[in-house]
Design a protein around this ligand. Structure first.
Ligand SMILES: Cc1ncc(C[n+]2csc(CCOP(=O)(O)OP(=O)(O)O)c2C)c(N)n1
Ligand SMILES: [Mg+2]
Length: 549
């Protein structure tokens, strides 16, 4: 047996079903071992997309996704995906090839020190130099990727090692790990803080979206009846219409939801990860913050909790709720603000202007998506609108990246969601800038026979940066571009396509696209004048009003 075969059987032992990537000649032994295994090799058209897909596999399942590339250029193409998984805390394994290490018959052709390149972008980056170590290294790689805080791991397998004869070693068996729960003295202290609070508020952060946490979080919120808001990446963590949702902090201050945040005297911050753009800015006078997490908080200028409760979050919250259930007469003190906040957010959702307002687009998407439908965003201005306005009732049904916030991940992440959940509706929402950064993957999506709708918001510009440029008082410069005819472009890939031509055309077009199945592009022109009007002028005026009130 070759070392490459040993590697592949170790991956099978980890439950890997598919590997995404672009092979090179240095991976040929691995490719051959894959051909003979139960693992499917899914070829993508760019390594970056493979990494985004593998990371999203980790995000949605909690089990690391796996991607593969050759050495040098291919491995470098994985780096953005590595950073995406590192900042986003998504478990992922990257396997790259390398020239032989025992002899150098090609001198330094294509050789880049990828292990060093990957070191700051991963939790662990390692070159395999001996076949006998493969089973333990692979087991360790998956453990490291999966452990809190999850993230990417890189393994480099040089081609001569891959081709070496390997000893017959069994893979290292997997086992479950029992995590520690917060100690009872800490739980008592946290309970006391909450009992004393006059106006408590729960915040759900990025780690609240870990797949295994959904039930425990929902139970906690429902048992205590404390209203909650979430960060962008904490969206959906409380299931069902609890009536306690106060909003999403898509901006760091002055949004309507900040009325509740500013008025709270205690924020129970669950799973907040400071890779996210701050959901609120802590200052000397603001609310007290109790941090609940798998890991202690990282202290930042804008986040320095006053107390921390560390341990396996689900069981820790259950123990906390045992101490508090039925004893919090002031739990709902901030609830009276809810209706007004949500009403503001819902404004202009049905406006019939054309091009469409972002609010209308979000509203119409919500209408055609069932509760369990999954919307995957690329990065652009519309991310703020979706984060603020799109209501979620099931964990991980709005996948967005508020960590690396990279463009180009919308389509690949939606492809992964569609592969994992073939019976649910999946929609990628992309700007015309971000979509074109990985649009070549339309070919992969069509080849895989996915059911996927890709909504392209067309403003012929890098709208988000154009908005910031205007807000900062710079002249409008350097942000516009031309676009292909998206309908013709999609059709060239064998995908279906439609263009929305009137305000009331979006919902029926999306509905028909889902009903028809396959890969379907829907291009919709967007009117971004709302960005300044609502997110700057209106919120400033409102902030002034509430100050005077
Ligand atoms: C890879 C990458 N390059 C650049 C940026 C900076 N950036 C953030 S949003 C944005 C504009 C996105 O344009 P588009 O996808 O068309 O979305 P829009 O804002 O126009 O809706 C840019 C350039 C980024 N986040 N990621
Ligand atoms: Mg754009």
């Amino acid at each position: 047996m070759k070392a490459a075969t040993l590697l592949v059987s170790a991956l099978e032992n980890e439950g890997v079903k598919q590997i995404f990537g672009v092979p090179g000649e240095e991976n040929l032994d691995v490719v051959e071992a894959l051909r003979r295994s139960a693992i499917k090799l899914v070829v993508t058209r760019h390594e970056q997309a493979a990494a985004f897909m593998a990371a999203t596999h980790g995000r949605l399942t909690g089990e690391p996704g796996v991607c593969l590339s050759t050495l040098g250029p291919g491995a470098l193409n994985l780096t953005t995906g590595a950073a995406y998984a590192l900042l986003g805390a998504m478990p992922m394994i990257m396997i790259t090839g390398q020239k032989g290490v025992l002899s150098r018959r090609q001198a330094r052709f294509q050789v880049v020190d990828i292990v060093s390149t990957m070191t700051p972008l991963t939790k662990m980056a390692h070159q395999i130099v001996s076949p006998a170590t493969i089973p333990s290294i692979v087991r360790e790689a998956f453990r490291v990727a999966q452990q809190e805080r999850p993230g990417p791991v890189h393994l480099e397998l040089p081609e001569d090692i891959a081709a070496e004869e390997a000893p017959e070693i069994s893979p290292v068996p997997r086992h479950s790990i029992a995590l520690p729960v917060a100690p009872s003295a800490g739980l008592d202290r946290a309970a006391k803080l909450i009992l004393e609070a006059e106006r408590p508020l729960v915040m759900l952060g990025a780690a609240a979206s870990r797949p295994r946490l959904a039930d425990a979080l929902s139970n906690f919120v429902k048992r205590l009846q404390i209203p909650f808001f979430n960060t962008q990446m904490g969206k959906g963590a409380v299931s069902g219409g609890s009536g306690l949702y106060m909003g999403t902090a898509a901006l760091s201050e002055r949004d309507y939801v900040h009325q509740a945040i500013d008025r709270a005297d205690l924020i129970i911050s669950i799973g907040h990860d400071t890779v996210e753009k701050p959901p609120f800015l802590m200052g000397p006078d603001g609310p007290k913050v109790l941090h609940v997490g798998y890991l202690p908080a990282t202290v930042e200028e804008v986040y320095f909790p006053h107390a921390e409760l560390i341990g396996d979050v689900g069981p820790t919250l259950a123990l906390l709720a045992d101490r508090l259930e039925g004893k919090l007469p002031r739990a709902g003190a901030l609830l009276p603000l809810r209706e007004q906040i949500l009403a503001h957010i819902g404004e202009r959702a049905e406006e019939s202007r054309f091009p469409l307002t972002p609010q209308r687009i979000v509203h119409d998407v919500r209408q055609v998506m069932p509760e369990d439908g999954i919307v995957c965003l690329d990065n652009g201005m519309y991310k703020i609108w979706f984060a603020r306005n799109y209501r979620t009732r099931i964990a991980n049904t709005l996948l967005l990246d508020n960590a690396l916030a990279t463009m180009g991940a919308g389509l690949p992440s939606a492809m992964m969601a569609a592969i994992l959940h073939p019976t649910r509706r999946v929609l990628a929402a992309c700007g015309d800038g971000g979509f074109m950064m990985n649009s070549q993957e339309l070919e992969t999506a069509v080849r895989l026979g996915l059911n996927l709708v890709v909504l392209i918001l067309q403003d012929n510009a890098f709208g988000m940066i154009r908005w910031k440029q205007a807000v900062d008082g710079f002249p409008d410069f350097g942000m516009t571009f031309g676009n292909p005819d998206f309908v013709a472009y999609a059709k060239a890939y064998g995908a279906k396509a439609s263009r929305v031509e009137r305000a009331d055309g979006l919902a029926p077009t999306l509905e028909a696209a889902f009903a028809g199945g396959g890969v379907h592009i829907v291009a919709v022109p967007v009117d971004y004048s709302e960005n300044i009007r609502v997110l700057v002028d209106e919120l400033r005026a409102h902030a002034k009003e509430t100050k005077h009130a």
